[in-house]
Design a protein around this ligand. Structure first.
Ligand code: FAD
Ligand code: EPU
Length: 344
């Protein structure tokens, strides 16, 4: 199969910035994938899922492959768990809803996260007190160079906060083909994240269920995060940075309102949204709600950078750099981008 040439990638990423791929093709299975990899030898390769954690800074002078491997299979079950395998190209939220309909528990706190199943282990997606590493069983991935199928168990993946080996050590080496999750048959609810309890109360929920938690999470997320169908964005642009406890205490004396959550290992995770909100393009101004051309910082969530329409990837990247520098100058804390920046 021959890929299309000079394809606009705007519709394939949630930032919606204009960028053209020299070559582009979807693939539906391993046979199509390997044929495309063979065809593209010598060209840089970029694998796309739902494009919801990507910023394309310019055109991609290579081969872009969109993962369209579908299918959800219940592999087996024991007394406590069901093992469910999903194709990497399945939509994440649809997969979560599939599990909720069957009353399998574990993924409900991760409702409404955009993107594909295949990308879920890439950065160990997380929200509302749960990360996929808590439910992950294994995955199968294709090693591009060695041309072989490799199975990764949980301990092989090197999961951390928005981290895995696929983002670091094995960056660009594997294409994830499918992921298996281990879900509880008897629900165990996680409402530790404060906003969930409040939302359930407001919803008048008397009896907890995976569906009720999913609905609460969907309501919270919809009230805070911009819908990429309306305003281009990729969720949190930066990670929440961790600092040693003494550094946090020193910051707290200078900035008493600073928001931080204790981590294991003697560190404190700072709310990057708060840090960004306290800084701005000029002294006394805030990035929150700031707009330069069509690139901006969301008015309800300072951690989310947005494309109001025709921003370029470079304009969004430049804004992120200005934000990063201003936070560093004011707080001495260096933010790290969560979004994968692709610059060819
Ligand atoms: P893409 O953006 O397509 O790809 C991300 C990276 O993974 C790229 O480097 C790509 O090359 C690589 N990749 C993708 N698929 C494969 C594959 N099959 N094999 C190998 N490499 C692959 N994230 C959270 O963790 N928590 C949240 O709460 C959250 N909320 C969000 C809210 C909004 C509104 C948005 C827009 C994003 C949010 N995100 C969140 C970020 C994003 O949804 C996740 O990171 C998601 O997993 C990305 O999936 P994707 O398929 O869109 O990946
Ligand atoms: N805050 C501000 N100003 C802002 C935004 C946030 O002061 O503009 C402060 C508030 O004190 C707030 C705190 O930051 O209570 C935390 O904000 P929020 O609950 O919105 O969560 P977050 O830390 O900004 C993280 C994840 C999200 C995830 C939510 C819920 C990261 C980088 N982001 O956001 O994940 O959905 O928690 O668990 O860890 C993503 O990764 O793309 C993403 C959206």
């Amino acid at each position: 199969m021959r890929p299309a040439e000079n394809t606009s990638l705007g519709p394939y990423t949630t930032f919606g910035v204009e960028s053209r791929a020299r070559f582009f093709s979807p693939f539906r299975d391993l046979t199509e994938l390997t044929a495309l990899i063979d065809w593209g030898v010598g060209y840089p390769l970029l694998v796309l899922g739902g494009g919801s954690n990507l910023l394309l800074v310019n055109d991609v002078d290579g081969l872009v492959l969109k993962n369209d491997i579908k299918g959800i299979t219940e592999l087996h079950e024991d007394n406590e768990y069901v093992y469910v395998k999903a194709g990497a190209g399945e939509n994440w939220h649809r997969f979560v809803l599939y599990c909720i309909e069957r009353n399998w528990s574990g993924l409900e706190n991760l409702s409404l996260i955009p993107g594909s199943v295949g990308a879920s282990p890439m950065q160990n997606i997380g929200a509302y007190g749960v990360e996929v590493e808590d439910l992950f069983w294994d995955l199968e991935a294709w090693h591009i160079h060695d041309r072989k199928l490799v199975t990764f168990t949980r301990s092989d993946c090197g999961f951390g906060y928005r981290e895995s080996v696929f983002k670091r050590k094995y960056k660009d080496q594997f294409v994830i083909l499918n992921v298996t999750y281990r879900l509880r048959k008897k629900p165990r609810f996680n409402t530790s994240y404060g906003a969930i309890e409040q939302e359930l109360e407001q919803m008048g929920v008397k009896q907890l269920s995976v569906k009720a938690i999913s609905d609460a999470v969907i309501r919270i997320r919809s009230s805070k995060l911009p819908d990429p169908k309306e305003i281009g964005n990729a969720g949190s642009f930066f990670k929440n940075p961790s600092v040693p406890v003494p550094v946090f205490e020193e910051l707290k004396t200078r900035f008493p309102a600073i928001v931080g959550y204790p981590n294991a290992g003697g560190t404190v995770k700072l709310a990057a949204g708060w840090l960004i909100e306290q800084c701005g393009p000029q002294p006394g101004t805030s990035w929150k709600g700031f707009r330069r051309g069509d690139a901006g910082c969301h008015a309800k969530q300072a951690l989310v950078l947005v494309n109001y329409g025709k921003a370029t990837g470079k304009q969004i990247y430049d804004l992120s750099e200005d934000i990063l520098q201003s936070v560093k100058l004011r707080f001495g804390v260096e933010l790290e981008r969560e979004v994968n920046v692709v610059c060819s």
